[in-house]
Design a protein around this ligand. Structure first.
Ligand code: SF4
Ligand code: SF4
Length: 380
């Protein structure tokens, strides 16, 4: 049976411009609510919240609940690995960060073109297999944003993998780059259980264009917009966990509610989601899921994820003049030590980091045209 997992990728912050300023009191409340609701699987990673995500998990869960009451999943940061000697210290650091003696699930994080240096040059699979044999890991797996063909190669070459974490949601189901449906089919062919990430596609599916929302509400006024996304993923065969990454208590409560009420979609409803996907695709300007993988690579300290979020929200309003999102961009631009869109030097370091294959510097040029205008107090 599919479980609801609590993803710890986008935790609430005290200072929204500082990813390390996790609002730990609110996270504790969220954890309590989640556990009280009968769920117990948490997902974090070494790189989340600029390296402090695992410690937040320790404070909110490990230091407050017995070890056998929850399961923890975390990930080896392939992004930073170039040689085998890094593996032991990193793994030891992760156990210490999380405050546990073993991980229930341990993944190679984002096996893809961007982490090629790690998985081609270093024998990561033997390392995690050995950690499993020594009792430090219960189950080994990987996450990937690669397409179905790439996933098939991985699963064929590594029968030791016990699960995979994949980006699946109704919008990406037939997407030619992401291939959610085909990836799930490959995992099922190899009999490998799937954990789902991005069921709401970084929040896009919680806040769909008006036209799409109208379709949903006309069909059933009592269903929320996110319920459609949750019902889609919660009833797929071959899925063991759906992780949602709540950023506050309210979102978490909504996720729990939607998951508990996630009855299967009928054929008419599935067809409606295809129409909704078409509308969303014609409205989304940048397909950014706010994963933040690109942010660390930017020498100009441009918070690409934040800027794209504001830009998308502004574009959906289809206004050429002032919006609250442009204003938020102006506020962002006034912060110390941050880069803005026009600071982009087009070095392209970020492009390979992006699992959604977004041409970031090109989009930033549009951001400059949209936000860095006199309307918002920018002058050339
Ligand atoms: S291309 Fe622009 S946004 Fe990307 S890393 Fe370089 S400076 Fe930063
Ligand atoms: S631009 Fe790409 S890498 Fe950066 S946050 Fe968005 S989806 Fe992630």
């Amino acid at each position: 049976m599919t479980k609801l997992g609590m993803g710890l990728m986008r935790l609430p912050l005290v200072d929204e411009n500082d990813q390390t300023s996790i609002d730990i009191d609110q996270v504790k409340e969220m954890v309590d609510k989640y556990m009280e609701s009968g769920f117990n699987v948490f997902d974090t990673a070494f790189v989340y919240h600029e390296g402090v995500g695992e410690a937040a998990f320790r404070k909110a869960v490990v230091e407050r609940y017995p070890r056998d009451s929850y399961k923890i999943s975390t990930k080896l940061p392939l992004f930073v690995i170039t040689e085998e000697s890094q593996l032991e210290p990193l793994f030891a650091q992760q156990l210490e960060n999380c405050g546990v003696d073993y991980f229930d699930y341990y993944l190679l994080h984002n096996v893809s073109g961007l982490t090629e240096t790690a998985w081609k040059n270093v024998d990561l699979y033997s390392f995690i297999q050995k950690k499993k044999e020594d009792g430090f890991i219960k189950h080994i797996g990987l996450s990937t944003h690669g397409n179905a063909e790439f996933l098939e190669e991985l699963l064929f070459e590594h029968p030791e993998l016990e699960f995979v974490l994949l980006q699946i949601n109704y919008l990406d189901w037939e997407d030619e780059g992401i291939e959610s449906r085909k990836c799930l089919e490959v995992a099922r062919k190899y009999n490998v259980p799937v954990m789902i990430m991005e069921p709401y596609k970084g929040g896009f599916l919680a806040d769909v264009p008006e036209e799409a929302e109208k379709l949903m509400k006309d069909y059933n006024p009592d269903r929320s917009v996110v319920s459609w996304a949750m019902r889609f993923v919660a009833n797929l065969d071959g899925v063991c966990v759906v992780y949602t990454g709540a950023s506050n208590l309210e979102q978490l409560e909504s996720n729990i509610q939607e998951f508990k009420n996630a009855d299967p979609l009928n054929d008419d409803e599935l067809k409606l989601l295809q129409d909704v996907s078409e509308i969303i695709n014609s409205n989304i300007t940048v397909d950014c899921t706010k994963c933040r993988y690109c942010v660390d690579s930017c020498p100009e300290d441009i918070d690409i994820a934040k800027i794209f979020d504001l830009y998308n929200k502004h574009k959906i309003l289809e206004k050429d003049d002032w919006t609250q999102f442009g204003n938020a961009y102006l506020n962002y631009s006034r912060l110390d030590g941050v880069g803005i869109a026009s600071d982009c030097s087009e070095c392209e370091s970020c492009i390979d980091e992006c699992p959604q294959q977004i041409n970031i510097p090109e989009i930033l040029k549009d951001v400059v045209e949209t936000f860095e205008t006199e309307i918002y107090g920018f002058t050339n």
